[in-house]
Design a protein around this ligand. Structure first.
Ligand SMILES: Cc1cc2nc3c(=O)[nH]c(=O)nc-3n(C[C@H](O)[C@H](O)[C@H](O)COP(=O)(O)OP(=O)(O)OC[C@H]3O[C@@H](n4cnc5c(N)ncnc54)[C@H](O)[C@@H]3O)c2cc1C
Length: 814
């Protein structure tokens, strides 16, 4: 039998070797257009970055090695220019001599791969613009870097190859900008999971330009301007164009072979083209996604190799072996992160109009108590009725590969989320947890399907209507004060059973915690206490804050960078206490920070290491609140270390305020005066200044809750309670009140004129961090209890007021 193979890298080389192993007598000739066969194109970016130091390591097998070991006729720099299926011949052009000749075959295998897309935009042929597919491309990029020493690079397109190149160019010392047209990197992920990658890229000082389209390139002296929509441009020294690949199908098309609907070579389950003597494999072909039963282009090395083996078997034994299709299991390293996906994403299911549920879980790579546990986030999508697992995405720093592989098996075998709960894995603390993250993803999904927990997603938060929904933050007050979703009321889960009366029974209750677990506990408490319309935010505040924060960062340097620019220089003599809070979930790390910070003497430093992704942001807010000096923040291999210093009191004073604060004493409970107080306070807050409202005597009525818990009061307390306005809605005007008609009229006119109500102004003040302090002494006199006041109100005495007045340059008495 005479077998010809076109293409000598992944699919072609594998088919040739397998064929020889099965059939020692077959005549096998392999034609490769390029100079090399059987090299590791997946390793090319790492050679450019220097991780793979020697170029020779890229070659899995040389042509000579192939010839000697497999007795295969390898013809390099030989381009197959046409196929004649009727005559069973091909025409080959020797690229060295220009000579063309014909070769006959019994069977032909095409593994022609894919070509990188080059967009037809002005200036695309500039020599500073590169694509990466093969060894010559790699040499060109590497040589350019060595000869021209570029300082900046733009990577166009943020798929796997683009991100690998971004990392490796960064490793090679270049400042890297990534420009991506869509709102996220890595198409095989859903947006929510991609946001974890966005944050990591920013931490690594990569400039991320999302939702930006490159419209052209213009030479600029020794540099190149990358032109973007809307007149923006990036000056750079080189560009990597990695906007995708398309199947090399021209040869097949001109031979009259059938081309599939997505533009790849059509093949049947035996990997046979529309001509029975021609097989095709790899990036050039269109396969079936067994989950959707629709055609798919999956340009990955694993499928190419498996298909090549099947084709070799079928050629030597007759068509016995079938290819079952590809669910697109993929993985990539993006700096310290590993990013992996298998099956179908939520966005694709949505496009296909398939009903599905998605669920997020955040776990650790192994038992939290064993050193080195790192965060691992999972998103799964599954069928609401049967629980069939459609797809999984895993992003983390360690153990991502084994989790995606476990889930890929379940997806491939059309298994369910129930299978995830039962999957057995090898457990010891350094490797996993007794409940592995994959099991946890299954448990949570099972709770959802069985109706033990209704969930909603981060997108739903934007549709919350305070009139109908009650947003409940069940994290600790500490976590809540650091950051929370606007409008949320904080009742820590441990206090929930005693504070049920603060939860309205006539509203939908939306619970959230840091990652979803405490939210689930709170959910179960409320559900069993008779509350009905409850939902838990899937993925908790971690997912919500990731997706709602700024995704691109090109307008400003990221916080790490800022910090490096402004931080005090490290002083080697400074005593630094080190605390390892890795593996602790929020609020563990910040609690450790506070606990150990309190023990420091002035001038001493504390370094806390954490694997909680939110720790960076939390620590920044914590420093802003406490006045501690944030010396340094860095992330390495998924471990965030934050160094803070206890500054001396004199320094502290100037560091935290500059005498520019404002205080307002709210003494009156007249509606008009209360309105004025909050308008002024919100105005001040909008200018970024700190403002404290001190509510005393009648002013306390302004900040009373509308629905108050029942509290024990003495006789005078009860009398005051009866005589005074019950809350802000019951306040009267200082003039023209006319038995309440005046205040109603005032509210009506304000509404008509689109002016915020007093209650809306109060909420705005809460949201913008206006400090509200209730006078302890007045509360005592008037029998007002803390439980009756709004949640965000702190208690304080005259000293609290004076302390703030000292630091302010404006004090109003209203
Ligand atoms: C930078 C990079 C990183 C990658 N990383 C990964 C990864 O991490 N994981 C993964 O799964 N996949 C990865 N891939 C994809 C993987 O390399 C491909 O899926 C795989 O190589 C496809 O094999 P193939 O045989 O179809 O095509 P190729 O390996 O591209 O081989 C096709 C060959 O055919 C030759 N050819 C084409 N037409 C002719 C002709 N007319 N005559 C003669 N020769 C011809 C070409 O010169 C080429 O050498 C990566 C690809 C690149 C470029």
């Amino acid at each position: 039998m005479k077998v010809l193979i076109i293409g000598g890298v992944a699919g072609g080389a594998t088919a040739a070797a397998r064929l020889r192993r099965i059939d020692e007598n077959a005549e096998i000739i392999l034609f490769e257009r390029g100079e090399y066969v059987s090299y590791a194109n997946c390793g090319l970016p790492y050679y450019i970055g220097g991780t793979i130091a020697e170029r020779d390591r890229l070659f899995v097998q040389t042509a000579d090695g192939f010839i000697n070991r497999f007795n295969i006729d390898i013809r390099l720099q030989s381009e197959v220019v046409s196929i004649s299926p009727d005559n069973k011949t091909i025409n080959v052009k020797n690229l060295l001599t220009g000579e063309t000749y014909t070769e006959s075959y019994d069977k032909l295998i095409m593994s022609t791969g894919a070509e990188p897309l080059k967009l037809p935009i002005p200036g695309i042929d500039n020599p500073k613009i590169f694509t990466l597919r093969n060894v010559p491309d790699t040499d060109a990029i590497k040589n350019y870097i060595e000869q021209h020493k570029p300082k900046r690079a733009v990577v166009m397109g943020a798929g796997f190859i683009g991100l690998e190149m971004a990392e490796n160019l960064h490793e090679a010392g270049l400042e890297v900008n990534i420009v991506e047209m869509s709102d996220q990197v890595m198409a095989p992920l859903d947006f929510s999971m991609a946001t974890i990658v966005h944050q990591h890229l920013k931490e690594k000082n990569i400039n991320l330009w999302l939702k930006e389209r490159v419209t052209g390139f213009e030479p600029n002296g020794n540099h190149l301007n990358v032109l973007l929509d809307g007149g923006k441009q990036i000056e750079t020294d080189m560009v990597i164009c990695s906007v995708g690949v398309r199947p090399e199908k021209q040869l097949a098309e001109s031979a009259g072979l059938k081309i599939g609907s997505l533009g790849g070579i059509w093949v049947n389950e035996y990997m046979q083209t529309s001509d029975a003597n021609i097989y095709a494999v790899g990036d050039a072909v269109e396969v079936i996604n067994p989950l959707t039963n629709t055609p798919a282009l999956i340009p990955l090395a694993g499928p190419a190799n498996k298909q090549a083996r099947i084709v070799a078997n079928n050629i030597s034994e007759g068509n016995k072996y079938t290819y079952k299709g590809t669910i697109g299991t993929s993985i990539a390293k993006v700096f310290d992160l590993t990013v992996a996906a298998a099956g179908i994403t939520g966005k694709v299911l949505k496009r296909m109009n398939v009903n599905y549920i998605s669920s997020y879980t955040h776990s650790s790579s192994h038992a939290g108590y064993y050193p080195g546990a790192l965060p691992l986030s999972i998103k799964i999508v599954f069928a609401p009725q049967t629980g069939q697992l459609y797809g999984a995405q895993v992003v983390g720093y360690d153990g991502v590969d084994k989790r995606i592989e476990m889930m890929a098996q379940v997806i491939q075998n059309k298994g369910t989320i129930y299978d995830l709960t039962e999957l057995e894995q090898a457990y010891a603390p350094p490797f996993s947890s007794a409940k592995d993250p994959v099991n946890i993803a299954g448990f949570v999904a099972e709770n959802i399907i069985n109706g033990k927990m209704k969930i909603l997603h981060w997108r739903d938060i934007t549709t919350i209507d305070p009139a109908k929904d009650f947003l409940l933050d069940v994290r600790t007050a500490y976590e809540y004060n650091l950051n929370h979703i606007n409008g949320a009321v904080n009742i820590p889960v441990d206090e929930l059973r005693n504070r049920l009366n603060e939860i309205p029974s006539n509203k939908r209750i939306i619970i959230y915690c840091a990652i979803g677990l405490r939210g689930y506990l709170a959910y179960r408490i409320l559900a069993q206490k008779g509350f009905e319309n409850i939902h838990n935010l899937s993925g908790g505040f971690k997912t919500y804050s990731n997706v709602t924060c700024e995704q691109s960062n090109y307008q400003k340097l990221n916080s790490n960078n800022k910090m490096q620019n402004t931080k005090q220089q490290d002083n080697n003599n400074t005593k630094t206490i080190k605390v390892d809070a890795c593996g602790l979930a929020c609020p563990g790390p910040i609690t450790q920070l506070k606990k150990h910070f309190d023990l420091l003497n002035e001038g001493e430093r504390l370094e806390v290491k954490s694997t909680d992704i939110a720790f960076s942001k939390d620590a920044e807010s914590w420093c802003n609140i406490t006045g501690a000096l944030l010396v340094e923040q860095k992330t390495e291999a998924g471990i965030i270390s934050v160094t803070v210093e206890k500054v001396c009191k004199a320094k502290d004073k100037t560091a935290t305020h500059n005498g520019d604060d404002k205080t307002i004493i709210v003494f009156s409970d007249d509606l008009d005066k209360a309105l004025a107080s909050f308008v002024i306070a919100n105005g001040i807050a909008a200018t970024g200044k700190k403002v404290s409202l001190f509510f005393t005597f009648w002013g306390l009525n302004v900040i009373k809750k509308r629905e108050k818990p029942s509290v024990k009061k003495d006789f005078f307390g009860k009398m005051f309670g009866m005589m005074l306005p019950a809350n802000s809605r019951k306040l009267s005007l200082s003039k023209m009140n006319m038995g309440g008609m005046g205040s109603q009229m005032m509210r009506l006119i304000m509404k008509k004129k689109n002016i915020d109500s007093l209650e809306a102004l109060i909420q705005q003040a809460v949201d913008s961090g206006v400090e509200m302090i209730a006078c302890n002494m007045s509360m005592d006199v008037m029998g007002v209890k803390k439980e009756e006041l709004l949640d965000n109100v702190q208690l304080g005495g005259v000293a609290s007021y004076l302390e703030r007045a000292e630091k302010s340059n404006m004090s109003l008495f209203i």
